[in-house]
Ligand binder design. Sequence first.
Ligand SMILES: C[S@@+](CC[C@H](N)C(=O)[O-])C[C@H]1O[C@@H](n2cnc3c(N)ncnc32)[C@H](O)[C@@H]1O
Length: 254
Amino acid sequence: MSDLPDTFDDAFSVVEQSEWLRKVFPSVVDAELPGEVEPFSFVPAAGLAEVAAAVRVGPGGLLVDLACGRGGPGLWVARRLGARLRGVDASPVAVAAATRRRALFGPGLDARFAVGDLAGTGLDDGVADAVVCVDAFQFSEDHDPVVRELRRVLRPGGRLALTCWESRDLGDSAVPARFAGLRCGELLRRGGLADVEVVERPGWEQRRRAAYEAALAAGPSDDAGLALMREEARSALGSLPRLRRVLVTATNPA
Ligand SMILES: C[S@@+](CC[C@H](N)C(=O)[O-])C[C@H]1O[C@@H](n2cnc3c(N)ncnc32)[C@H](O)[C@@H]1O
């Protein structure tokens, strides 16, 4: 999600109780997403496959999912790669849900989740072969410390893949402030990352629009998650054409 109510803990408490957000929303984002993923984000299965390919982690490598939410997208990528997974999120409710979700991905997956911040993960220096961050980089108030933290936990040569949005026009006051001046590639280059590539993924954005339209078209319901999505749809639909949907990849220099 890109715009949310008061706190993520509140939002995730709603999600846990919402049949619409847990079952209908993922199938609208992409019917190909396996049921166990239950994302709280807007990346279709082919997008997660792109993220997995971009991080180039081999079996047994360590993948960090920064702002992992309820864990599904990172678990999907880790399972696909045969990697070990460490997920970090600011929301204890999300971390507890991610820890429960791990079992849905099969017994062989080494995955652990902990409460932490984008700028302070609590992970050791150089521990990660790769870091992924799905639809969450925009929530940082100050991106430079987040980039420093990414580099600190990545081993030399380690890879980063993040999904985000940026305003098409720099400083556009018609989009949420968190996107108005966001230039992920510039932030990563300034922080010393190499091989930085920013590619636009308009097809993913169509799925976000579809999810909003499905929420608005759904009939009367007392599902609080559906109400949450309708609220977000009303506030965000108008600014979608002013945003570009991006996949950003980079390498921590050796
Ligand atoms: C839109 S959700 C995406 C969650 C997950 N990546 C997914 O794809 O389902 C954004 C996530 O960012 C987390 N978050 C926001 N600000 C954070 C921060 N400063 N440090 C750590 N996590 C944060 C939220 O708790 C939430 O789980």
